[in-house]
Design a protein around this ligand. Structure first.
Ligand code: SF4
Ligand code: SF4
Length: 433
């Protein structure tokens, strides 16, 4: 029995809460709504009431529990070490078990767990996207033509004509391989930000890492866990454990904090009661590394390989990369090491951008209100571009900046690093000639 099967399993976390209210200071939702039911303490009280039988699984309870970005800011602030995000995820799973899953979510998650069908759907979508989206005049994005679950003001990035994993071989050889790593691409890099995905592979190859990109990998299942469908999430966790435990690799590289946290934390939670899978999931979790951390801590950043990138950039910390995987310094080390690049620290760089995966789909106005603080911080930094380490954050930041008339280009950290390597190569060739 896991915390996703029985809410009783989070009783110990609930008991730790001394109701001090420190979490109010940092909760992006509470700071907008100013209602006790939206902060960690209030949600903990609601879950306690349900466990005591004082409260039913009402729509109001479900709505309050849906109001969380799982940004972990409250975890980091809590003097008692309450793992609030675990309480929220367990409660959402319990709500689905008691009230069922919305038919639309059932359909979407059913598609996500069938990689062939999901891949076919998005490939087809890339062909017909012009029919349902109207291209923005200036940005590389489009507005929905019809309100089919997306806010009409929302800018969405185009789907790539061909997914990343279709464009790359399953094994990318290095000239003098020193290590082997698998690359978990995640959905945003596979279907949308394929340049960032190619940059991951390029950077690994340049550092003599042989890269395995399993063709049968699929969505990590984070959106499914976040919406409480733990039955589907368990199936997908097992499938990834099967796929990645077969590989003879030293590391499994991710370039998205949510994917990395799903592999090194949530799969262990989901598979806790299945010894065979749990042990394999532990081995996989021990191999997971974010690309920035891998370059800085495992390979070592060789500054002699870096060429100038003349850009003034600021950096946004994705919540799951920073507070989930503990990756905060490595992206900054990379950016600061690049000649010609000016790094400007933005205020409250670790404050959530409001995206939180599908949260911005279901709570668009609130997500944009949360983003306003990020847009103000970006504006104050007076940079030419924004860098981050997560595709979902790129999506939310681009849309939010458009809303607040601040259209700066956005890059994944690894794209800037790949560019710096490429510039140096070009300079060396020019000098040699
Ligand atoms: S900061 Fe921690 S202990 Fe204090 S109310 Fe919030 S969750 Fe409870
Ligand atoms: S995880 Fe973030 S959004 Fe959720 S309660 Fe904690 S601080 Fe608020």
């Amino acid at each position: 029995m896991t915390m996703y099967d029985s809410l009783d399993k989070v009783k110990a976390e609930l008991a730790k809460c001394m109701k001090c209210g420190n979490c109010q200071e940092v909760c992006p939702i509470y700071l907008e709504e100013q209602k006790e039911g939206t902060v960690a303490r209030g949600k903990i009280k609601l879950v306690e009431a349900v466990l005591k039988g004082d409260l039913e699984y009402t729509d109001g309870f479900a709505d309050k529990l849906a109001l969380c970005l799982t940004c972990k800011a409250c975890n980091a602030k809590c003097p008692c070490g309450v793992k609030v995000d675990e309480v929220i995820l367990a409660a959402r799973s319990s709500i689905v078990k008691n009230k069922g899953l919305h038919p639309l979510k059932k359909f979407i998650f059913g598609t996500l767990k069938r990689p062939g069908l999901f891949n076919f759907g998005l490939k087809t979508g890339s062909v017909f996207q012009g029919l349902v989206f109207k291209k923005h005049k200036a940005l590389n994005g489009a507005y929905p033509r019809f309100p089919f679950g997306l806010d009409l003001r929302r800018i969405v990035p185009p789907l790539a004509p061909s997914p990343l994993r279709d464009q790359l071989p399953e094994i990318v050889k290095a000239d003098k391989p020193v290590k082997r790593a698998a690359f978990f691409t995640g959905c945003t890099m596979n279907y949308i930000y394929i340049d960032a995905g190619k940059a991951v592979v390029d950077v690994l190859k340049r550092n003599n890492i042989e890269v395995i990109i399993p063709k049968d990998q699929h969505c990590c299942s984070m959106p499914i866990i976040a919406h409480g469908d733990s039955i589907t999430a368990k199936e997908m966790a097992k499938s990834h454990v099967d796929i990645f435990s077969k590989l003879d690799v030293d590391f499994i590289i991710t370039a998205c904090g949510s994917c990395g946290t799903t592999f090194n934390k949530h799969y262990l939670e989901l598979l806790e009661d299945n010894q065979e899978y749990y042990l394999k999931a532990q081995t996989i979790a021990s191999k997971i590394m974010d690309i920035s951390d891998f370059i800085v801590k495992e390979i070592g950043l060789d500054k002699s390989k870096l060429g100038p990138v003349n850009l003034k950039v600021t950096y946004h910390d994705p919540c799951h990369l920073n507070r989930g995987m503990g990756v905060k310094d490595s992206p900054r080390e990379i950016l600061k090491a690049i000649p010609g690049l000016e790094f400007i620290e933005m205020q409250n760089a670790d404050r959530c951008c409001g995206g939180a995966g599908s949260f911005s789909l279901t709570h668009y106005d609130l997500a944009m209100a949360i983003h306003k603080h990020k847009a103000d911080a970006i504006n104050a930094a007076k940079a030419d571009a924004v860098v981050t380490g997560c595709g979902s954050c790129i999506m939310q930041l681009s849309d939010g900046m458009n809303r607040y008339n601040l259209n700066l280009p956005m890059y994944h950290t690894v794209e800037i690093l790949a560019k710096s390597y490429a510039v140096k190569d070009q300079l060396d060739k020019t000098t040699a000639n």
